[in-house]
Write a protein that binds this ligand. Structure first.
Ligand SMILES: NC(=O)c1ccc[n+]([C@@H]2O[C@H](COP(=O)([O-])OP(=O)(O)OC[C@H]3O[C@@H](n4cnc5c(N)ncnc54)[C@H](OP(=O)(O)O)[C@@H]3O)[C@@H](O)[C@H]2O)c1
Length: 284
């Protein structure tokens, strides 16, 4: 029976849409309201307050964000309004409710790797700075939860939000992609992220958790596996090194030790290659 009310923000995006989709399977006890930007603009604080008072959600899973680092660098004022101010307002309204904030591994500088919840943040760009500031605000309430999430792959409603979708589109358009052999991530499927979030929501545990796949892989390894899965496309991938890259700073090694979260879950967090093997027909 659906007795408790959950709001999911950012449901026009990659992860929020999957959290709503997967609620049928993993969150039967929740009455879920998904909120796209068209349904509720989170920088309109009066509108958010009024909708919150009328709905009184018991839980908010806050996925909405200005999530592309380049957009945040180009418009730091909007990045702060969307990522910090909107989060502060929502978390304040939800002070007596459960609140799960989706942050990012990009609050870390990538110099260490194998990160735990004990490691300090040191963001390298505006996006990471805004998420780190929002984390601090959310964690002021011991009831509230921050999830520092790794690179996600899956299917977004607009078809262009996941790194896998962007890579496929570039290759379909005939581009050549340079993929670093020396930049590491712990990619995780959105459906795994969503399942973990729903399990955690049922436990109502506050504090910080890292959320990533169980395998440290390079960008090059990721690209190779996806290209094998997709079959021939007009474009190609080629090995590259971050040492030869001259753009804005990028964290080299964002591998995560997710033991704290894993110990609470009923299922293992699969590695990238493992997930692909376990889901041979899933579209990525
Ligand atoms: N995808 C990843 O690999 C990844 C990794 C680590 C952490 N995260 C975090 O996980 C969360 C979800 O990421 P995602 O990949 O699903 O992002 P996404 O695909 O960009 O979706 C974010 C959604 O939030 C909406 N939004 C932004 N500002 C809003 C506002 N002021 N009011 C209402 N809606 C607003 C966006 O709407 P518009 O499209 O209209 O802008 C978009 O639909 C984010 O907090 C992100 O920082 C993602």
């Amino acid at each position: 029976m659906q007795t408790r009310k959950a709001w999911i923000t950012g449901t026009g995006g990659l992860i929020g849409s999957e959290i709503v989709r997967s609620a049928r399977r993993w969150a039967e006890q929740w009455r879920v309201t998904g909120l796209t930007r068209a349904e509720l603009e989170l920088t309109d604080h009066d509108a958010v307050t009024s909708r919150f008072r009328s709905d009184s959600p018991d839980l908010i899973i806050h996925c909405a964000a200005m999530s592309r680092a380049a957009d945040c660098a180009g418009d730091p004022i909007s990045a702060r309004a969307n990522n910090v101010d909107a989060t502060r307002h929502l978390a304040g309204l939800a002070r007596n409710s459960a609140f799960i904030f989706l942050s990012t591994d990009l609050v870390l500088d990538g110099r260490k790797g194998n990160y735990t919840e004990e490691d300090s943040v040191n963001p390298l760009h505006v996006y990471g700075e805004t998420k780190a500031e929002a984390e601090r605000i959310v964690l002021e309430n011991p009831r509230h939860t921050v999830l520092r999430i790794a690179l996600n792959f899956g299917k977004s409603p607009t078809g262009d939000r996941g790194f896998n979708e962007q890579m496929h589109a570039a290759l379909a358009a005939g581009q050549m992609l340079n993929l670093f052999t020396d930049e590491y991530r712990c990619p995780i499927a959105t459906e795994v992220t969503a399942r973990a979030i729903w399990e955690l929501a049922g436990k109502e545990i506050g504090g910080l958790f890292l959320v990533g796949g169980g395998e440290r892989v390079s960008r090059w390894d990721i690209g190779q596996a996806l290209v094998r899965r997709w079959g021939p496309l007009p474009g190609t991938i080629q090995r590259a090194s971050s040492k030869d890259y001259s753009g804005p700073p990028r964290p080299a090694d964002l591998s995560l030790n997710c033991q704290k979260l894993q110990s609470l879950l009923s299922f293992p967090l699969p590695g990238f290659h493992e997930w692909l093997e376990q889901n041979p027909t899933a579209k990525v």
